[in-house]
Design a protein around this ligand. Structure first.
Ligand code: NAD
Length: 263
């Protein structure tokens, strides 16, 4: 039985992932941490019926009391590193979906994992379709060096661009055989309308109510265009990837980035 602590349990992802974990026969949800909904029963919060696990605020106390095998973190960019430092201090493995980790954060994690021996798995996107989109986009970038990325999320998302857009652009830049010529002569009469420059391309972040997560990579070449698009229509699409990472975390060593390493 895999003992799971969910951090950010009362959030949109936390509730959705908790519902999945509570339905598993080989997993036990042993603790729920969040800054809101304190004292509420997590099963009732996520629509699975009473489960006897109350939401609590103190991560270190929750770890010590519940003795989990792994922490699942879907919190906020401003909190995730502190959460991971606490998990590392307790030599607790972690699966992280929270986005917004910087290169410096990842370097710190890599070093601390080596020291503690507790593995950390981070994926900017747990949806299989989005992982395939990244792989296909990287392959297409070898032959089509002119492309831009569009990502659409709901208006409450705290970071922009999305972690998936940055990962996709890094993977594409690593594969492309030629640099983009771009559109150097374009003058922006509205600042920012060409999007943000990143990894030799441009990324455009839309934030609109109703959106879960959409990413499109648009390629252009003389006489042809190619679009690769992934749309998450419900948060359930993230659960199979999360469950896979939870089940595999103990086999991993150090810091692992990206669901593609588990497929
Ligand atoms: N990797 C993926 O596949 C994937 C998919 C969707 C969302 N995300 C990311 O997951 C994160 C959460 O997304 P969401 O839509 O559930 O957001 P949300 O705002 O609904 O939930 C975040 C939760 O974290 C809680 N929180 C804040 N600070 C905390 C702390 N210090 N300790 C514990 N809990 C704390 C909040 O109270 C809230 O309940 C975001 O970073 C989002 O970009 C990743």
């Amino acid at each position: 039985m895999l003992r799971v602590l969910v951090n950010g349990a009362a959030g949109k992802m936390g509730r959705s992932m908790s519902a999945g974990i509570l339905a598993e026969e080989d997993m036990q949800l042993v603790a729920a941490v969040d800054q809101c909904c304190l004292g509420a029963d997590l099963g009732e919060l996520c629509g699975s019926g009473r489960c006897g696990v109350a939401v609590e605020a103190d991560l270190a106390a929750a770890i010590e009391k519940s003795q989990p095998d792994v922490m699942l973190d879907f919190t906020v960019p401003a909190a995730v590193m502190d959460n991971l430092r606490v998990a590392q201090t307790h030599k607790l493995a972690a699966v992280v979906g929270t986005t917004g980790l910087t290169k410096e954060n990842l370097e710190e994690l890599r070093a601390s994992c080596e020291k503690s021996g507790a593995p950390v798995f981070v994926a900017s996107n747990f949806a299989l379709g989005a992982v395939l989109l990244m792989r296909f986009a990287a392959e297409a970038a070898r032959y089509l060096p002119e492309y831009e990325v569009l990502e659409i999320h709901n208006e409450r998302k705290l970071d922009a661009p999305s972690g998936t857009a940055l990962t996709t652009l890094n993977m594409m830049e690593a594969q492309r055989l030629e640099d983009s010529v771009g559109a150097a002569n374009t003058r922006e009469s509205v600042p920012g309308c060409r999007g943000g420059a990143y990894a030799g391309s441009h990324v455009h972040s839309l934030r609109l109510p109703g959106a879960v997560a959409i990413q499109e990579v648009i390629f252009g070449a003389p006489g042809q265009m190619l679009s690769l698009r992934h749309e998450a229509t419900a948060r359930d699409c993230f659960y199979p990837g999360v469950a896979l990472a939870l089940r595999k975390i103990k086999e991993l060593k150090g810091l692992t980035l990206g669901l593609e390493h588990l497929l």
